[in-house]
Design a protein around this ligand. Sequence first.
Ligand SMILES: O=C(O)c1ccc(O)c(O)c1
Ligand SMILES: [Mg+2]
Length: 623
Amino acid sequence: MSSTETHALENRRAIATVCLSGTLEDKLTAAAAAGFDGVEIFENDLIASPWSPKQVREHCADLGLTVDLYQPFRDFEAVAPAVLAANLRRAELKFDVMEQLGADTMLVCSSVSPDAVDDDDLAAEQLHTLAERAAARGLRIAYEALAWGRFVNTYEHSWRIVRRAAHPALGLCLDSFHILSRGSDPAAIRTIPGEKLFFLQLADAPRLEMDVLQWSRHHRLFPGQGAFDLTAFTGHVRAAGYSGPLSLEVFNDVFRQADPGPAAVDAMRSLLALEESLGATTLPAAPALSGHAFTEIATAGAEVGQALAALGFAHMGQHRTKPVALWQQGEARILVNSAASGTTSDTAFDKGAGQGAGESASVVALAVESADPVASADRAQRLLAPLLPRTHSAGEADLSAVAAPDGTSVFFCRTGPGGSWLDDFAAVAGKAVDAGVTGVDHVSLTQPFDHFDEAALFYRAVLGLEPDPVTEFAAPFGLVRSRTVSGGTESGTVRIALDSALLRRGDWAPGVREPQHIAFTTADALASARVMRDLGAPLLPIPGNYYDDLDARLAPPPDLLDALRAHSILYDRDEHGVLLHFFTEILGGRVFFEVLQRIDGYAGYGAANAPVRMAAHRRSRLG
Ligand SMILES: O=C(O)c1ccc(O)c(O)c1
Ligand SMILES: [Mg+2]
């Protein structure tokens, strides 16, 4: 097979039960539903299960799952003879369990025990004995170096011991977390004979400066959600000739309490995306995206429409069959849907917190310009995004949409003459005042914290967008974690900003119900602000302290500083250029607009100003 030819990966796909929430029954059901071929059964899950190991095996078989690994067996090697005898007895009893489970491989972690001594010869000799006992039962031992193992904590060291032990039933378990967290060079994995690589566990993680055990047990992520290069890592393991499963082993505090059904889908999506990055996929490539086609806000109230008018938008069209108004300025298009109240579709959020009755508004859909909307939707489905049922009348555009993890609809469309979704709108003689808005820069969606990593992976994999690094800032009502994903072509860029409160937020702060906003571009923020203020736009006042600090910190030219202060425009600077941006107040309890000007290729989102904006929003809501 030529190296450029695309082909499906021959490795099976597995997931460790420790990745998912619930009982063993919940975990197996979720893993099977997401399409996994096999599972690693974590001992604690089995111990707590009412099913006998034999029943677990039968249940797995019914679900189409194999039991690929039993784990973990701890603190075995390099001990005194009396301890060895006890450890071998313990192992034999676990072999009994494995036989009933139908699992042929046991994971043995490198020891953390105070009983162990630093003696590779002894470790090798005792692992040889264990492998001999396993082989007598038709089983094998996969030895894994924990990053915090007492004496053995690198894969190179575990390989030296396994090589020394020289038993065919003893091989290695490689775990990407243990290897990459310590900064080991994974390239030498290629020199290990493939038949000695018994098992591969994959986990990503954010870069954190912390104790490696804590990092591993609380912060692992599915591949593609963190900072590790799992494509290169897995490439080395496959190049060595490994042919076993690609198995996810992710210890994560959020996933441990998340609904296991969607979590298993998130896990599978991460594997599918990893396979694609390895060049081993049958997925259709992500079609090029070239900007935001429209963003839809559901609200029964008048506030959003009034604000758009005051920002210079024209009510340009009315949907022929639905109560949906099209507001437009430049290439920025907002649909205001008054059929649904803003709360009906935001299933992912706590309902009603901090909202006035009847006035609610929510961003319910975002639409991206795709070079091939059908292929975009096909790819999305292949990546397990739920396709949304569409109701459209004869002659209306049939737009494909999928649901993002937080329930937001994501449409793929093509705007322009001939067969466009715009044809569904009857023209309205809307009055427009050009306030300089040229298009949409980004859509910002606050995620429930337990969907944050899933959402970033969703937009990266499904839409083919590039994620930026995760940032965190202290906001008035708690820490906020933020990540943007973007991508595009010469004719336009799609940018989606994902924000999340780090912990579930208290209900006391009325100004902070998971806000959502749409940022519009202008070529002249000062001019836009003047026009919009004259039109009576509900612009957000920014306190004088901000400008005093801005002067001290970044020293913008004095006349610019005066103008910014006069118009409540915020300022930021990065290595490329300058950002000028301002905001409306919160409309319908949740939604607001931003107007921004990127100067000289400023690439950020003004995150440094977000805490000031959040505090200002609370004041404006309290009146
Ligand atoms: O944290 C642990 O103890 C642990 C156990 C088994 C593993 O495979 C692992 O990577 C970590
Ligand atoms: Mg592991």
